[in-house]
Write a new protein. Structure first.
Length: 232
């Protein structure tokens, strides 16, 4: 971030994109939560956005997030974990992140459950679904998501709030729409099967925010369009 006008302009443009997409879909913009993806950006950049009213920030690496949390402990920030979570890092994530977006196995869920139980707290989580069945990508296969969801719901110290997807990287933002629609349909199916609401759909990034919102995203994860390019 170079100056105050950069910060103001970027945040205003992203918020306006959300408003326009909600208008097209007949949705209330209040139903879309902006998660500012702050990985690889310093605490000063986070503080600049926080000063302008952005409260929720997403991190992908526990070892990077913890010092940032400490530096900004008095800023009133709500932190979300949006990266691949290794089981050996789970003990540091439980209770520190308001929402963990990336549970993709029963083993990871059990690790989180055990840590949450030991800490006497309830940890909100999402299940990450690999809708496109990309072998190199994290996330549970859509066909196995019901089994995992039932397992997570059965863990007393985890609160399953919904689903997350990271769609296939494509040049055309609209090409991600089928993945977003598939996640929404799967969420609705699981909610019926489990007999509970699953209000959160975490989907959409800088390049495909609009189709994600139009397909029902409740949380969009925006990095570059808020922080600008990272500098080495």
């Amino acid at each position: 971030m170079n100056d105050d006008s950069d910060v103001d302009g970027r945040l205003a443009r992203v918020r306006e994109r959300i408003v326009r997409a909600c208008g097209k879909a007949g949705r209330d913009p209040a139903g879309v939560t902006l998660v500012a993806v702050s990985k690889f950006h310093p605490p000063e950049a986070v503080a600049a956005l926080r000063a302008r009213g952005q409260r929720i920030f997403g991190e992908s690496y526990v070892q990077e997030a913890l010092p940032k949390m400490e530096a900004l402990a008095d800023a009133g920030i709500q932190w979300h974990f949006i990266g691949r979570l290794q089981k050996n890092k789970a003990k540091f994530a439980v209770g520190r992140f308001a929402l963990i977006h990336t549970v993709d196995s029963a083993e990871l869920a059990r690790t989180l459950q055990n840590r949450a139980l030991a800490a006497n707290l309830i940890q909100p989580v999402l299940i990450q679904v690999n809708v496109d069945d990309e072998p190199q990508k994290a996330g549970v296969a859509a066909s196995l998501a019901p089994e995992l969801a039932e397992a997570v719901v059965g863990m007393a110290n985890l609160d399953l709030q919904g689903l997350m997807v990271l769609p296939r990287a494509l040049d055309d933002p609209q090409a991600a729409r089928p993945a977003f629609a598939a996640l929404r349909a799967l969420r609705d199916e699981l909610a019926t099967r489990l007999g509970r609401t699953l209000p959160v759909l975490s989907m959409g990034m800088s390049g495909d925010l609009e189709p994600a919102v139009e397909e029902g995203a409740t949380h969009v994860r925006i990095g570059t369009d808020l922080f600008g390019p990272r500098h080495a």
